[in-house]
Design a protein around this ligand. Structure first.
Ligand SMILES: *[C@@H]1O[C@H](CO)[C@@H](O)[C@H](O)[C@H]1NC(C)=O
Ligand SMILES: *[C@@H]1O[C@H](CO)[C@@H](O)[C@H](O)[C@H]1NC(C)=O
Length: 240
């Protein structure tokens, strides 16, 4: 019986696939990329153990502070919370660490516009709450980020409309925009398992049908009407 030997083109394909997957799962340049990202931040005392002599995610050594690690030693996310960080978030460099799926910069001193998500299409979670980010968020900033499940922008100085692209994220389950200055009408959200909080903004008009089952407190401190708010608190439901 002849020993099965795959055709030459198939051998080439297999080798190629193996090479590509190993490159993706632990990219040797990721530590340098992370250090470059760190260099764009200010006040990085809490990141002092980021050291090129040690892998960011090592099974047998402490991880670099703030790393969320995959079992294969690649970086799944950054959790840089409560660190007094400021400066620039170098998203272009972070985007080169292609295994990143979640970014948290909660409770730091970042200001300026929303970080640029353009090259971070695979993110599942983005957490920017309790900073000083400001300005409008473009309507299409989240366009095509179909893996995105959680977006938390609580307590910043964002203004302008709630970005329409958020309504198109079919996997979104958690959207927290409270304590900003978002204004205008709430767009139609239809996602089934979505939980929102839009309290304490400058929103007005009717709450869209798709959100009529949310907790009423999620709409407090705006000028909204309609379910789930009580019909008797239509105007100035600021205290709720
Ligand atoms: C926010 O971060 C600072 C350190 O920069 C910390 O002292 C404070 O307790 C943090 N606040 C919360 C609510 O975690
Ligand atoms: C970062 O630190 C540098 C030098 O210490 C300072 O000039 C700059 O204004 C700081 N940037 C921010 C955003 O705090």
């Amino acid at each position: 019986m002849a020993f099965f030997r795959p055709p030459y083109w198939l051998q080439l394909l297999i080798i190629r696939v193996l090479l590509t997957t190993s490159l993706v799962s632990s990219d040797q340049q990721d530590p340098e990329r992370l250090i470059k990202f760190k260099d764009s931040l200010n006040n990085t005392v809490d990141l002092s153990n980021w050291d090129l002599n040690v892998p960011p995610c090592a099974a047998d050594l402490p991880n670099w502070n703030g790393m969320i690690c995959n079992k294969d030693g690649s970086v799944l996310g950054l959790q840089l919370e409560n660190m007094g960080l400021s400066g620039t978030i170098d998203m272009d460099t972070l985007a080169e660490v292609t295994t990143i799926r979640t970014l948290s910069f909660v409770n730091n001193s970042f200001d300026g516009p929303m970080p640029n998500m353009l090259k971070m299409g695979q993110l599942r979670g983005i957490f920017l709450s309790y900073n000083k980010f400001s300005g409008e968020i473009g309507g299409d900033v989240f366009k095509g980020m179909s893996s995105l499940r959680k977006v938390e922008l609580v307590n910043n100085n964002f203004i302008g409309k709630i970005p329409i692209s958020l309504t198109q994220l079919t996997n979104l389950v958690d959207l927290q925009l409270q304590d900003n200055q978002f204004e205008g009408e709430i767009p139609d959200f239809e996602q089934k398992d979505l939980k929102v909080n839009f309290a304490n903004n400058r929103l007005y008009g009717s709450i869209p049908k798709g959100l009529s089952n949310q907790d009423p407190s999620s709409f407090a401190g705006n000028n909204l009407c309609g379910k789930p708010l009580s019909p008797f608190s239509q105007m100035g439901n600021n205290g709720l």
